[in-house]
Design a protein around this ligand. Structure first.
Ligand SMILES: Cc1cc2nc3c(=O)[nH]c(=O)nc-3n(C[C@H](O)[C@H](O)[C@H](O)COP(=O)(O)OP(=O)(O)OC[C@H]3O[C@@H](n4cnc5c(N)ncnc54)[C@H](O)[C@@H]3O)c2cc1C
Ligand SMILES: NC(=O)c1ccc[n+]([C@@H]2O[C@H](COP(=O)([O-])OP(=O)(O)OC[C@H]3O[C@@H](n4cnc5c(N)ncnc54)[C@H](O)[C@@H]3O)[C@@H](O)[C@H]2O)c1
Length: 489
């Protein structure tokens, strides 16, 4: 946990002060340093943040062996080679390797190597352009004399207030990704990406999982067929999926005994552990927002350059989860590049380009947001779903392709391939507004769709983008053919 990097300046004054060294804070620092600015980064826990140690990285390290085994079991000839169950200790060792045993010295060193000054401690805004840092030994004050303070403090798991929850000692994403023993029965509350990915992982590791989803299908924020296919597959894997219900109370009468959950349909679920996966809350409750007239505990409201609205002088920025534009690492890092570039441009006296798709506007947050859920089958989506586009009042055409029958590459990828793709087109411009793929192996397909959406590629040009045979990418051709057949009817 030692500090690395350049010596602190004697007057503690920097061009840019970043609070929070998750992936987003690290990227803001990198862009600001690339722009020639001096940077201090304040981190109270591990450099690398939630993503590196308790979210994206460990969860994907745990999921991959589980999904690889499930995929092998779906291939004639390979199935016979998979005789046993997933080796949970081996999976935990793999995860521990990817999180460097929760040691951040490598990432701290990388900050130092880029010339940023790492300050270990809890950071709080302390009036305009000032940040106080409570270190283990003292409180120090850092000044961003001319330029900016960037809040990148991220989020933590929301834990609902309900009777018995304190005694139940529920798991959050932290426990779900750093535990090295497999509970015999795991109840998961919430059918969003965390609930679905962790149900996939822990069922595969040997737990009997019950997934309690409030809506009619899991992954309710995506196209309906995504939730239908993933929900059916979870059930096939043995997960007990309960829909349209939630937990009203829980009790764990003995600290070493089981937990009983009472559901609002008056049924009960008994489990050995309970994971709460019902969304996130911003880490802004104790970062001094009151000293500049903002509300502690709120998401930070920003413009397209990620500058916080309502702060006199425009010196405060917020990027990543904390601004609630997109709770995804890659998208927060995109915001970080925009923030860092904007601060560096202003420091050099250059004008900002904040027009749509301009260098200093996070336009993709709104128009081309990509996300992958690493379930089995995978869900990969970018831009608008059909429902979102209709809600926006757009006139659209929707093209669907059943990947289980129409795409030779998919059929070769897995026997009895289950998958579907949807393209949402703007009727007026014939440009792609959104794409969703569900199926094995679709995650690596997503960037083709992201390029089409962000690049506003018209359908007439997509015909010239030829997918190799026999790959899953041939789904693009099937989508175009289906569209054309519909036009000729
Ligand atoms: C289980 C799970 C799986 C996920 N999987 C994916 C995925 O596969 N892909 C994806 O794109 N996204 C995924 N996400 C979302 C992703 O983790 C977040 O979007 C990402 O971590 C946000 O990065 P951040 O830098 O904004 O915040 P964080 O990663 O939370 O980092 C914030 C940092 O700020 C520090 N901090 C907070 N307050 C202070 C303070 N006052 N002073 C000093 N330091 C402070 C924290 O200690 C932390 O290090 C997942 C989330 C979860 C929960
Ligand atoms: N692969 C990825 O990209 C990935 C993976 C995991 C998480 N994440 C991100 O992290 C964030 C958090 O994910 P999440 O799944 O915790 O949140 P979420 O908000 O996406 O989903 C939570 C789900 O829980 C439900 N819910 C809320 N309160 C409930 C209650 N009391 N009882 C039952 N259900 C309830 C919600 O209706 C929702 O369906 C998301 O923004 C997500 O995109 C991304």
């Amino acid at each position: 946990m030692k500090n690395v990097g350049p010596e602190a300046p004697a007057d503690a004054t920097y061009d840019v002060i970043v609070i929070g060294a998750g992936p987003i804070g690290q990227n803001v620092a990198a862009r600001a340093r690339a722009g020639g600015l001096s940077v201090a980064v304040v981190e109270r826990e591990l450099v690398g943040g939630e993503c590196s140690y308790w979210a994206c990285v460990p969860s994907k390290a745990m999921l991959r062996p589980v999904v690889a085994v499930a995929e092998a079991r779906r291939l004639d000839g390979a199935r016979e080679a998979v005789s046993g169950s997933v080796d949970a200790p081996g999976v935990f060792r793999r995860r521990d390797r990817y999180v460097s045993d929760w040691d951040d010295s490598g990432q701290a060193q990388a900050l130092g190597d880029m010339g940023a000054h790492l300050v270990r401690g809890h950071g709080r805004v302390d009036g305009p352009r000032r940040v106080s840092v409570a270190t283990p030994d003292e409180t120090i004050v850092l000044l961003a004399a001319v330029h900016a303070v960037v809040v990148c403090t991220g989020s933590r798991a929301a834990v609902p207030d309900m009777p018995g929850i304190a005694e139940a000692r529920v798991w959050t994403n932290r426990t779900a990704t750093d535990t090295s023993s497999v509970p015999a029965r795991l109840a998961i509350i919430g059918g969003g990406p965390v609930g679905v990915e962790m149900a996939t992982a822990w069922q595969g590791l040997g737990s009997a999982v019950t997934l309690i989803a409030r809506e009619a299908r899991v992954l309710p924020q995506f196209e309906e067929f995504a939730g239908d296919l993933v929900g059916a597959s979870l059930k096939d894997a043995g997960v007990d999926v309960r829909h349209n219900t939630t937990v009203t109370s829980m009790r764990r009468p003995s600290p070493s005994g089981p937990v009983t959950l009472l559901l609002d349909d008056h049924t009960e679920v008994e489990a050995d552990e309970v994971l709460v996966a019902v969304g996130r809350v911003p880490l802004t409750g104790d970062i001094g927002l009151n000293t500049i007239g903002l509300t502690p505990g709120s998401w930070l409201d920003v413009d397209d350059t990620c500058r916080v609205r309502g702060v006199e002088g425009g010196w405060l920025y917020a990027a990543g989860d904390v601004n609630h534009r997109a709770l995804l690492t890659h998208q927060g890092k995109y915001q970080a590049r925009i923030v860092g570039n904007a601060i560096a441009a202003q420091a050099a006296g250059r004008a900002l380009d904040t027009s749509l798709w301009g260098r200093h506007a996070a336009s993709a947050d709104i128009h081309a947001l990509p996300q992958v859920v690493f379930s089995d089958p995978e869900v990969a989506t970018v831009g608008l779903s059909a429902e979102q586009a209709r809600r926006d009042g757009r006139k659209i055409r929707v093209v669907d392709v059943d990947m289980s029958s129409a795409v030779m590459g998919a059929r070769l990828y897995a026997d009895d391939y289950q998958g579907q793709a949807r393209m949402v087109l703007d009727s007026a411009t014939d440009r792609v507004l959104g794409m969703t793929f569900v199926g094995s192996g679709v995650t690596e397909l997503l960037h083709s769709a992201t390029v089409a959406v962000a690049g506003q590629v018209p359908v007439s040009r997509l015909w010239h983008a030829v997918p190799p045979f026999p790959t899953i990418s041939e789904v693009w051709l099937r989508l175009l053919e289906t569209l054309q057949a519909g036009e000729q009817e």
